[in-house]
Design a protein around this ligand. Sequence first.
Ligand SMILES: [Zn+2]
Ligand SMILES: [Zn+2]
Length: 397
Amino acid sequence: MKKDWIGIAITSVLGLFLTAAERKIEAEGPDIRVSLFDLVKPRDVFVTARLGTAALLLDDKERICRQLHIRLEKNGQLAVWVDGQDIGTCRNIHLSPSREYGVSTIGVPGVRPRDYGGTFEISSGTDVLRIINILPLEPYLAGVIGPEIGSNPQALRAQAVVSRTFACANRNRHDPAGYDFCDTTHCQLYQGLPDGTTGKEVMGAIADTQGMVLTYQEHLCQVFYHSTCGGHTNSSEAVWPGLAAPYLVSVDDRPHCRNSPHFRWRYRISQRKLSSVLAGLAAIGELLTLVPEKVGQGGWVQEVVLSDSAGRKKFLTGEEFRIGIDRVLGWNAIKSACFSVLREGNDWVFEGRGLGHGVGLCQWGAAALAEKGLNYTEILAHYFPGTQVASPILKEP
Ligand SMILES: [Zn+2]
Ligand SMILES: [Zn+2]
């Protein structure tokens, strides 16, 4: 039995957070499509109505249910259970709330269940369930403003403007795959609706900056943010050669992010382990020397020169080096490309500052600046010199 379209209506709670003005923005652009659980690559997904029951539309017949379980079968079909009852297989599933703003709890094996607003398309990807969450821009932003920025309203507003600007400037980023953004830090880390008090503060910051984006000479900016710069932010060109902008330059952020646990870090690794990782990363043999050759403002390494015992030399950008090592050893190994390195016996010792690529807004620094009394436009002017906060999206009727 084939069932190609299933709709679920779920009791609304997100509607409580949305203002009339936000709904106005939503009407102005198409919804955002976000691919969920991109790193997990699930084969099972469990959907639960957050409050009470949900209505299930199956071949135009409405049913009431509380839970839905979908499993990707080996033949690419989706097996579906509604409230524990096997109802057969289908190829595409569309989950849509009966009210305008429904909330669904989505669970996949190995991840704590999370609440999401909007609607969903679930289909079979390449050996993985593809779960696309479709929702308006402003509720999407609520899911990308994480705890690192703190809870000061001015810092949250700065983050809201930056996240909105990123979303507006990078839509269709994953267009060939059929969605706008993934839910990892490749785009913006998106974990569904924020909860409790944090959720109210985040939604407040989004509403207070409704439609506002960062512009430079009346053009939408390309923006970036990171956890901790360690004293100086990095220039975009040092990280992504060819991507330069007058507002993506290194700025002196001392001493704002010094309370971050990542402000200073140290990482020790054996010669054997590092050699083996670099053999895979740069195709070299036994590591002989490792020299940060070009170092930019604040100690951000732009180029690393490696040599091996056979006399071969390889060049990597600082960011290629960091990402390459961390992909193998974990994201807290080399926390940033702002480091110096020493050989100590059979070990290499890295001493560094900051976490992330270091470009644009420093979240720990922004939180401290807000505590000092700066407002969000002043915070943004500090990290993105020469830019302005403008409101080109929302036009009053
Ligand atoms: Zn992405
Ligand atoms: Zn900083």
